[in-house]
Structures are given as C-alpha cells and as structure tokens.
Design a binder for this molecule. Structure first.
Ligand SMILES: [Mg+2]
Length: 268
C-alpha cells in the first residue's frame, strides 16, 4: 500500500532508481566558489535557512517529545541543544576555496594555517540564530571534521582546536573548549559524526541539526566508507537516504547550500 508519505516521495525514488547519469564535464569547477563568494543569492538562501530554523526553535524547545536525532529516546528531561557543522555552515570561506583552487591541493594543514591567519566570516543569518537560541536557553554544539593532529610545534594533543574556537569567536559565535568537537579528539570520534552526536545526546535533547553536507545528518554518505561504515555511498543510495529521512528536512534538519566541495563530489 502506498501511504501518503510514500506517495509524496515516489517520483523521487523513480529518479533515484534510473540509469546512472551521463558524465558531465567539470569545465567550471570554480563556479560554485564564485556563487558563494559573489552572489547575493547565496546570502539570501543562507539567511532563509537560518531564519527557518530560528522560527522553529520555540516550538521545538516547548515540545519535550521532540528530538532531531531519529534514534534519541526518553530525552524529555534533558535541556535542549542544537548541533551545527562549522565550515560552510557556521563559517563560510569561499576566499580560502578560491585560493586552494588557484593553488592546490587542499590539506587540513593549509586550512588550519589559513584560518589562523585570517578573520573568519559567519554564514549569513547565523548570528541572529545564535542570539535567539541563547534567549531560549538552547545550547549550541559545533561539530567539525577538521581533525586533531598532534604536531612537533605544540605539546597540545589537539593543537588545531584553539584555531577552530578562535575562528568561531571571530565570527561572533559562542565557542569554547566545551562545545566545539573535532574529529579524532577522543577515542572513537572519527570522521563519521554519529559518535559525537550520541555523546551530546546523553546530556541534551538535540532539537535541530544544521549542516551543509549530507554527512552532517546521515551516516555513511561517502564513496569511500570510513569507520564504522562498511559500504560506500552511491548517487542512488544517497538519494534514497535523503528520501528516507524526508520528514526532517526543514523540520529539525536544515541544510545550507555548498556547491564548492563535499561528500557529494565523491560519488558517481
Ligand atoms: Mg561543512
């Protein structure tokens, strides 16, 4: 039987099950960078995403049965929190992306060095969102796949964390060692974010997720799987996962556009 929900997604699934798409030559890889850096449309879309999330906050705070994590149960007694990604979600860095496009390759070290040397830019709309979250006593957690890598220049186990926190503070966001978590910061915290989500969900009711990559919401969306995923993603199964969680988009899950990079570029 086709329920109303399934019916709504049926055209989508038909597309998802179609033959693999014809390859399209990537002749303008810089177009996405230009769009984020130069277009007023990007500012409008990002503002729209954050305002939509902001407007939903009071209702989600009040509804103690609500969680944006499909697997979170019995959280009514816990204080509300939101989990945000950082790059291209809380911060936007098309100027860095343009620099890397002109002078590849991208490496985590280059992002860290560039971030340390430049003021970070908040994504349009996020500052108003953060202020509203504060007024409603909603905690913000910033989860990034920038990675902890001990190096010879520092005695810190995660020398990159201070740069990430500084970036968020420069953007006017409430960041500290207690609400910013990098990949590999603790045992078992890999590039898949679920372990970090579950750690937060032990003490908070997670009422919204905000990100720019499918992996900020759904696990195992990369072509080359990383722990604990065992199967690589494809264009088709990413569409299917997006449809499976269709009820959350714009209603607990809020995604920013990122045409510059992301796990979507890894699949075919
Ligand atoms: Mg991101």
């Amino acid at each position: 039987m086709i329920t109303a929900k399934k019916f709504l997604w049926l055209p989508f699934l038909v597309v998802a099950c179609a033959a693999p798409p014809e390859p399209v030559p990537d002749t303008q890889p810089h177009l996405g960078i230009r769009w984020v850096r130069d277009s007023a449309e990007y500012v409008a879309v990002a503002t729209q995403v954050y305002r939509t999330a902001e407007n939903a906050l009071p209702g989600m705070v009040a509804d103690q049965d609500w969680s944006a994590l499909p697997y979170q149960r019995d959280a009514a007694h816990l204080p509300p929190a939101v989990i945000l990604d950082i790059d291209q979600t809380s911060l936007t860095n098309p100027v860095f992306q343009a620099y890397i496009w002109r002078e590849p390759p991208f490496t985590e070290e280059r992002l860290n060095d560039w971030s340390a040397a430049h003021d970070a830019t908040p994504t349009p709309g996020i500052n108003a969102y953060a202020e509203k979250a504060k007024r409603h006593d909603v905690s913000l957690f910033f989860i990034t796949n920038r990675e902890c890598r001990p190096n010879a220049e520092s005695s810190e186990p995660c020398p990159q964390k201070a740069v990430v926190i500084q970036d968020l503070l420069e953007a006017g966001l409430p960041a500290s060692a207690e609400n910013v978590f990098l990949a590999a910061e603790r045992e078992g915290w890999g590039k898949e974010k679920r372990a970090r989500f579950e750690w937060i969900a032990e003490n908070y009711r997670v009422i919204q997720l905000i990100g720019d990559d499918l992996g900020d919401f759904i696990p195992c969306v990369r072509r080359r799987p990383v722990e604990p995923c065992t199967v690589g993603a494809t264009i088709d199964n990413r569409f299917e996962a997006t449809a499976e969680y269709g009820d959350y988009w714009g209603a607990g899950w809020y995604i920013l556009p990122n045409p510059m990079h992301g796990s979507w570029t890894s699949v075919r």
